[in-house]
Design a protein around this ligand. Sequence first.
Ligand SMILES: [Cu+2]
Length: 144
Amino acid sequence: MRSIKYVFIALVFTSDIALASLTLEKSWVRAAPINSEKMSAYGLLKNTSMSSYNLIRLEASGFKKTQIHQSQMDKEIMSMRELKNLTIEANSEIELTPGGRHIMFQSPVKSFKVGDTVELFLFFESNYEEKVIRVNVPIKREAS
Ligand SMILES: [Cu+2]
């Protein structure tokens, strides 16, 4: 168990120091009413490297479950489904937006309010390596 944790921390530090080629910019969480079971996060996912990466897993402090979702209109009803992974091609970006693809925090174990941040970990893999990035995502009423 100790060695697993050590590897995890080393990965995070590596990506912090190396000015990661994978980033989540302009990220924000939409503030939700107290006792909400879900909160959505948005931003710009960027890959400035020469290889394509697959976002395979997310974890957020304070939530039991974090997923990538795709919103869709079905007979004028907005619904959403989980995307098991999300590929971001070399030198490209993906916008996470209200009404589009987004990050969904679920089953909070504490309460969050405007001004708080959510510590988010994104786990990527390419053909030959894995990367973890950590982002502190601010909770806001609207994008700014
Ligand atoms: Cu969702």
